[in-house]
Design a protein around this ligand. Structure first.
Ligand SMILES: NC(=O)C1=CN([C@@H]2O[C@H](COP(=O)(O)OP(=O)(O)OC[C@H]3O[C@@H](n4cnc5c(N)ncnc54)[C@H](OP(=O)(O)O)[C@@H]3O)[C@@H](O)[C@H]2O)C=CC1
Ligand SMILES: N[C@@H](CC=O)C(=O)O
Length: 427
């Protein structure tokens, strides 16, 4: 059987999973593709650290040119992460006519269109199913199964680390710090977890999802991004008492000719499907004009689940090589998203305030709401400390502008502070 040589760049959580899956599933892959897949070369930073993991017949090197300049390598798998030097490496690989499979959402969200053009020019494939929602095969599903439908909204839980952290806080009352440490040990978090907890990783994934869903590229600066770093156990507990579970959600909705996109902690009704997604699992809800609401669920992070998506890309590139159909674009870039009128985007909010325990305080806030045309459906007061009360409101739907003005006006009071304002998802 003819062989196809692969260069693997990175042997961390995902790279090790790719190595394991190729060696364990060789027969099945050969039956499907008609080719034997061989990992010829592996590139890492620290060769000595990986010597024991790698068979003697594979070249283990710290020089990526051993892949770029090897004419026998047809497919390169980039699972090292980060934007630099990954961008230059992928550019060089494509210019050397290698097909590239990557899991790198940072890079694809930031420079995907530029790299797709380089791939097209070189009749090479550039594919990245693993870049969004780890083990869930969502990108090809959107390309193939929503080809004739108009997608109205795509939303969901697209970061495994933050969902793992929130689950441990909710179900086991773990501290935020302990849960993050465990997510890092389990290989779910990025090498620097800042992007995970700050919502940036989820935002990269929403940029890619939006491009596939709507054909529009949304710039990172145009997305409202809020992470989970400031979520308090008391908010998690209070939200549960109101019948909600806090989740970090990505939401991208068609508004006129543009897209409204946001990544933020959201109170999800506890009987909503997204509230039932626990640990490192992800779920993507795609709403189509014709099909209505659909939900795709599975592991969003971790070595083998992510490697499974990488392998699905490797198999599809191999089939393209066999059929001579390489170089067809995987992304759906049509244009930059047009500006939208955000006043049309309205949600109820969970507002957590701390106020000096003196008469008339709550009235000050409700008066402000009335002046802004806003109102609330639920209110709870608890003791924060000896001199202050915690007051939680669930508001009726209000716009971002109303919320912004409310925040600004509350900030003018010395004796009242707004600690949290989270969107509430309606069933
Ligand atoms: N972990 C996950 O669950 C998921 C990760 N991803 C994405 O997959 C990619 C890889 O993630 P993950 O496996 O977790 O990352 P790791 O940090 O576990 O592994 C990174 C690997 O890349 C190697 N590497 C890093 N920089 C260089 C360099 N400059 N030259 C050569 N080798 C380098 C490292 O070598 P060494 O070991 O010697 O340091 C290491 O083997 C990232 O883009 C990530 O966002 C996508 C979905 C899920
Ligand atoms: N750090 C990411 C890994 C997968 O993309 C996550 O936690 O989702």
């Amino acid at each position: 059987m003819e062989k196809i040589n692969i260069g693997l760049i990175g042997l961390g959580t995902v790279g090790s999973g790719v190595l394991e899956m190729i060696s364990n599933n060789q027969d099945k892959i050969s039956n499907i593709t008609g080719r034997e897949l061989i990992i010829k070369t592996i590139v890492v930073r620290n060769v000595a650290k990986h010597r024991e993991e790698v068979a003697d017949d594979i070249l283990l090197t710290d020089d990526v040119n051993d892949v770029i300049n090897d004419p026998d390598i047809k497919i390169a798998v980039e699972v090292m992460g980060g934007i630099n030097p990954a961008k230059q490496i992928i550019t060089d690989l494509l210019n050397a006519h290698k097909h590239v499979v990557t899991a790198n959402k940072d890079l694809i969200a930031s420079h995907g269109d530029e790299l797709a053009k380089i791939a097209h020019k070189n009749t090479a494939d550039l594919v990245y199913e693993a870049s969004v929602a780890g083990g869930i095969p969502i990108l090809r599903t959107i390309v193939n199964s929503f080809a004739a439908d108009e997608i109205l909204e795509v939303k969901g839980i697209v970061n495994g680390t933050t969902n793992y952290i929130l689950t441990q806080m909710q179900q086991k009352s773990w501290s935020y710090e302990d849960a993050l440490k465990k997510a890092q040990e389990l290989g779910f978090a990025e090498s620097d977890p800042t992007n995970d907890v700050a919502g940036i990783d989820a935002t990269y994934k929403m940029i890619i999802l939006s491009q596939f869903s709507f054909g529009s590229h949304i710039a990172l600066e145009d997305i409202n991004i809020e992470g989970i770093q400031n979520i308090k156990l008391e908010d998690v507990t209070q939200a549960a008492k109101f019948g909600y579970t806090i989740k970090l959600l990505g939401i991208a909705t068609r508004v006129g000719n543009g897209i409204f996109a946001e990544v933020a902690p959201v109170l999800v009704p506890s009987d909503h499907p997204l509230a039932t997604i626990h640990n490192e699992n992800n779920a993507v809800m795609v709403t189509g004009q014709a099909v209505g609401e659909t939900l795709f669920y599975g592991p969003g992070a971790g070595g083998l689940p992510t490697a499974n998506s990488v392998l699905s890309d490797i198999v599809s590139v191999t089939k393209n090589i066999v059929l001579g159909t390489t170089g067809n674009t995987f992304n759906n870039y049509q244009h930059e998203s047009e500006p939208i009128d955000k006043s049309n985007v309205i949600y109820p909010y969970y507002l957590s305030l701390q106020m000096k325990d003196i008469p008339g305080q709550i009235l000050k806030v409700t008066k402000l709401m009335t002046e802004l045309g806003a109102s609330f459906s639920q209110i709870v007061q608890t003791k924060a400390n000896d001199t202050e009360a915690r007051v939680i409101f669930i508001t009726h739907s209000m716009s971002k502008d109303q919320l912004k003005t409310l925040k600004e006006e509350i900030a003018k009071f010395d004796s009242i502070s707004l600690n949290a304002a989270y969107k509430v998802l309606e069933n």
